[in-house]
Ligand binder design. Structure first.
Ligand code: ARG
Length: 590
């Protein structure tokens, strides 16, 4: 990402001044800047750890200088910077950086007037391929992970102003449609006139598969259906459409509940384009024939792509080659993302290598990547399944979550303090938020254990905890009796939001870190970093609130500390921004 204005990003602004100072002090060495948050307040707020590397580089050039000397020379060249109160150099040669309180007060004042400003980043056209279930097979938890992660990544991009195309690359084409269509003809001969009442596609799929395996006659018919579908005979297209509709309706029910927007563009969309791809690869001599199959061997890959099968048909590889080219050339994507389980990483490595060999894109200007993720496991640490060993239907999974979330809220007697409507809102926010957060708060690349008890726990790093924390801050602000307008007026009249108490400062610094976290996640696409941030933000608020009164009561009268009130207010706003990026609905009352 190209940052145009670091705005509130402290790391960004500090790295700018440190880079300048290092370049001035040591023009002969090139090292990457090492700047981190301090792990302990003893070491200030941030630390620059570049002096050791520079000292080693100088040694290689024949100059000997201790890291602490290097550090001192860097500090001497630091341009004036309003962020920095002071620096300290311990003997090992770190540079400890302390933030200036005035700067913090100014930033917080700014946020209380204009809201949290995310860094301004050069706009990119990003194409995010996510969810992407296969028709006729029920969407499973693997697709749920892709859906949740892909949606959060898209929301993050949208939050920084990118142009995002969210694509659902559903598996809606292929030979399995032959048997489905043949079965449809037998079971719902009226399908042209009325929507077939298939109900559950998985059962329908199983039944047709059974016939396909056991009945030679049926098998033959199924093959004929594939040919006729490929020739686009109207009756067959109609049958195919009916089947896709059933699947689309059940998927959309899941997307609606989870507030997820997607543009459907399945494998069938690339049918026409696949012919052109095969022609291009043939003309450019990229294909090799082996036992009737046409293969491509991309540079550095162990397994070739099967571009044309021996029966002349296309494959998953062919459709992904066509999709890649389409997204680069026709859609003009600058950044292509495929949110698909880690099991498919070899497939994507090979597809991307092919794209590079074909010079479809230049890695220096475009970013094309597979954003993989681990498995969803059951509490027995095995692949997540129902008791009978079937794939868990996502609809059932969501319904169960909602049921348990309502039970929990009632257990706590929350239903007595809320209207029916408020309860429903809270219940759904907890259930869907819980499922999303459980996924996002785990390191994406690792497997995670799906547990309702864990995700609905109101202690620890969970959505419920955060939603309560958020609602609590909103209620503190509401109960102060100060209106939004009064807060706005106060913020407008006071440029600075002066903070003195250590816990106030600690909370303010945590609020200010939001921009840095956003920048970091934009690069790594690791959303658990944002979850961790959010969790720390709310525990830091708790620390603040237990020591600092927002409303001070003495002898019957009470006085609102406006600076603290505003600090609480911007904390809640920051939480709201982060929750929304994660796709979680914050509720003002819980
Ligand atoms: N439908 C595939 C599956 O369920 C995932 C598709 C991912 N996207 C892609 N462009 N290959 O395994």
């Amino acid at each position: 990402v190209i940052v145009k204005d670091f705005a509130g990003s402290i790391m960004g602004r500090l790295s700018d001044v440190f880079k300048t100072a290092i370049k001035e002090a040591f023009p002969s060495v090139s090292v990457t800047l090492v700047l981190t948050e301090a792990t302990n307040p003893k070491f200030g707020d941030y630390q620059c750890n570049s002096a050791m590397g520079i000292s080693a580089a100088l040694k290689a050039q024949g100059t000997s200088k201790k890291p602490s000397e290097v550090a001192a020379e860097i500090v001497a060249k630091l341009p004036p910077c309003p962020l920095i109160e002071k620096t300290e150099i311990p003997p090992a040669g770190f540079i400890n950086v302390y933030l200036n309180d005035q700067f913090i007060a100014k930033q917080c004042g700014e946020i209380s007037r204009n809201g949290i400003k995310l860094p301004s980043i050069e706009s990119r056209r990003v194409i995010v391929d996510f969810s992407s279930p296969n028709i006729a097979k029920e969407m499973h938890v693997g697709h749920l992970r892709s859906t949740i992660i892909g949606d959060a990544i898209s929301r993050l991009f949208e939050a920084v102003g990118f142009d995002v195309l969210r694509l659902n690359h559903i598996g809606d084409w292929g030979t399995q449609f032959g048997m489905l269509i043949a079965h449809l003809f037998d079971e719902f001969p009226n399908f042209q006139k009325e929507t077939p009442a298939i109900g559950d596609l998985q059962t329908f799929y199983k039944a047709s598969k059974k016939r396909f395996d056991e009945d030679e006659e049926f098998k033959k018919r199924a093959y004929q259906c594939v040919v006729k579908l490929q020739n686009k005979e109207p009756e067959f297209i109609k049958a195919w459409t009916s089947i896709c509709d059933v699947s689309r309706n059940s998927n959309n029910a899941v997307y609606d509940k989870l507030d997820i927007k997607l543009t459907e563009r399945g494998e069938s969309y690339y049918q026409e384009r696949m012919g052109a791809i095969v022609k291009e690869l043939t003309d450019r001599s990229f294909l090799r024939e082996e036992e009737g199959r046409h293969l491509m061997f991309p540079t550095g890959c162990d397994i070739p792509l099967t571009v044309v099968k021996s029966d002349g048909g296309y494959t998953y590889d062919t459709s992904d080659l066509a999709a890649l080219k389409n997204r680069l050339n026709e859609e003009k994507g600058d950044w292509l993302i495929y949110v698909v389980d880690a099991g498919q990483s070899l497939h994507f490595d090979t597809i991307f290598a092919a794209g590079r060999d074909l010079k479809w894109y230049d890695e220096a200007v475009k970013r094309v990547e597979h954003v993989g993720f681990g498995l969803v496991l059951g509490e027995d640490k095995k692949k997540f399944k129902t008791r009978s060993g079937d794939t868990v239907r996502l609809q059932d999974l969501l319904e169960e979550g909602v049921k348990r979330s309502e039970e929990k809220l009632k257990e706590k007697g929350r239903d007595k303090e809320m209207t029916v409507e408020e309860l429903t809102t809270a219940r759904d926010a907890v259930a869907y938020g819980g499922i999303k957060y459980a996924d996002l708060s785990h390191t994406r690349t690792q497997d995670y254990v799906f547990s309702y008890d864990r995700m609905l726990d109101d202690k620890g790093n969970t959505a419920v905890y955060l939603l309560y924390a958020y609602a609590r801050i909103r209620s503190i602000v509401r109960q102060s009796g100060v209106s939004e307008e009064e807060m706005e007026k106060y913020a407008a009249a006071n440029e600075l939001l002066p903070l003195g108490h250590v816990k106030e400062l600690k909370l303010a610094k945590q609020v200010l870190k939001m921009s840095d976290v956003i920048l970091q996640v934009l690069d790594t696409l690791m959303l658990h970093t944002l979850c961790d941030y959010l969790y720390t933000l709310s525990t830091t608020f708790t620390e603040f609130y237990s020591e600092c009164y927002v409303v001070e009561k003495s002898e019957g009268s009470s006085k609102v500390n406006m600076n603290r009130l505003l600090l609480a207010h911007i904390t809640a706003n920051t939480m709201e921004t982060a929750l929304k990026i994660l796709g979680i609905r914050p509720v003002p009352k819980m």
